[in-house]
Ligand binder design. Structure first.
Ligand SMILES: NC(=O)c1ccc[n+]([C@@H]2O[C@H](COP(=O)([O-])OP(=O)(O)OC[C@H]3O[C@@H](n4cnc5c(N)ncnc54)[C@H](O)[C@@H]3O)[C@@H](O)[C@H]2O)c1
Length: 386
């Protein structure tokens, strides 16, 4: 199953690490550590093989991919020997990257993105192309009446207004070009009624939102523990310090607010109440792509006895995110091949703020994912358009 992965934000840290990782896996130069789809419980014939993956993408920046890879290698995010060994393959991916369209109406920009996707699919003889958004986090979308209905949206996009934020315009372009869409960011993406309807109309699955790679991953394990032991969480405060492009972008208060909202959802939905405390994200340039999260939790036990726990997480954001980008692309491609359309709540395991998630507990999300993938390997189609 020849599968294209089209990365929106293709020259960013997560995208570059995903590209180097996919090329290294394809060439047998590295192992699949961090790739959930290579666990014995999930591996199998329904998923495209690493050798079936072809990469491309859009970006507003023009920094050569090899330069981005060398910078990440110098920062210790990925091994420099892989960048040297894969220089030819990286040059090939460079030729598949396109500048994000600018100017004109949003309808014209969406059509230009759609043409790039179709050209990529045809040139490489791909069975399908999965579009993955890994571009900079945007502020929440400004509501517009055309967000409610595909026909109204089509008309509004042809006018002079900026009706959709870029992540949603990419989802629109993906769906109209017949491509499934994954949003690894907290941006609006396909989360608008008009886009949800469009995905179903075109028979396409989509997944999101916001890859779960650090503090929220730990929260989704610990919060169910407190709930299952009937302990009362009184406060949960977290401080995240990160550098890199994502950190710099999150210094913008509106993008920061979108990310913080996405990170806090797990507590209220798992515990059934919202404890005191906030999650903060601060930009510390010196940390580069390495993130430190520090959380303090106070809780009460039997007879009201107060206790506390704290944890510190030192993660390399792109090294944690990149294998999940590959997992999501392979799983969404397999879901599309199996005839699924609409949101994929079974992929909640990967996200901080999952679409239609029946649960925020990592263990329950894992069981859901395992059953879903077992169904894909058996060739089962479970079509649940919403
Ligand atoms: N690394 C993680 O663990 C993690 C986890 C969850 C979510 N994310 C999200 O993934 C995204 C990427 O993170 P990163 O560290 O690679 O950031 P980054 O700043 O290194 O990369 C973002 C890229 O997007 C490009 N871009 C910006 N606007 C664009 C547009 N309109 N169209 C096309 N490209 C555009 C930028 O030029 C840049 O190359 C962020 O939104 C981040 O919040 C990352």
């Amino acid at each position: 199953m020849r599968t294209g992965i089209w990365l929106m934000g293709a020259r960013g840290s997560v995208a570059t690490t995903s590209i180097v990782g996919a090329l290294a896996l394809r060439a047998g130069l590295t192992g699949p550590t961090g790739c959930v789809t290579e666990l014995p419980e999930l591996r199998g014939p329904a998923l495209p093989a690493f050798t079936d993956l072809v990469l491309g993408g859009h970006d507003v920046a023009a920094t050569p991919l090899i330069k981005r890879a060398e910078t990440l290698a110098a920062a210790g995010v990925l091994p420099g020997r892989l960048v040297d060994a894969l220089a030819g393959e990286l040059a090939e991916v460079e030729r598949a990257l396109r500048p994000a369209p600018t100017g004109g109406t949003q309808a014209e920009r969406a059509a230009a993105v759609g043409r790039d996707l179709t050209d990529f699919r045809d040139r490489h003889g791909l069975d399908r192309v999965v579009v993955v958004n890994v571009s900079a986090t945007e502020p929440a979308a400004v509501p517009h009446p055309a967000h409610l209905d595909p026909a109204a949206l089509r008309t509004a996009l042809a006018g002079p207004d900026e009706v959709l934020p870029p992540s949603s315009l990419y989802a629109y372009a993906a769906f109209t070009a017949g491509c499934p869409y994954v949003d690894f960011t907290p941006s609006t993406g396909a989360r608008l009624p008009a886009l949800a309807a469009l995905a179903v109309e075109h028979g396409l699955p989509y997944a999101g939102h916001d890859g779960k790679t650090g503090e929220t991953l730990v929260k989704s394990v610990l919060a169910p523990m407190f709930a299952m032991r009937h302990l009362a969480v009184r406060s949960w405060s977290g401080v995240n310090l990160l550098g890199g492009g994502d950190g710099a972008n999150l210094a913008d208060p509106a993008a920061n607010a979108a990310k913080v909202a996405s990170k806090q959802r797990v507590l209220g939905e798992t515990l059934g109440y919202v404890p005191q405390g906030d999650t903060r994200i601060d930009h510390v340039e010196e940390l580069g792509d390495f993130k430190t999260a520090w959380d303090l939790i106070t809780f009460a036990g039997f007879l009201g006895t107060g206790m506390r726990m704290e944890f510190t997480w030192h993660g390399c954001d792109s090294a944690l995110a990149a294998p999940l980008v590959l997992d999501l692309a392979r799983l969404t491609a397999a879901a599309h091949a199996a005839g699924r359309r609409g949101p994929l709540p079974e992929l909640a395991f990967f996200f901080k703020d999952p679409l239609d998630a029946p649960t925020h507990s990592l263990a329950e999300q894992w069981a859901l994912l395992r059953d879903f993938v077992a169904g894909l390997h058996r060739g089962g189609v479970d079509d649940q358009p919403r």
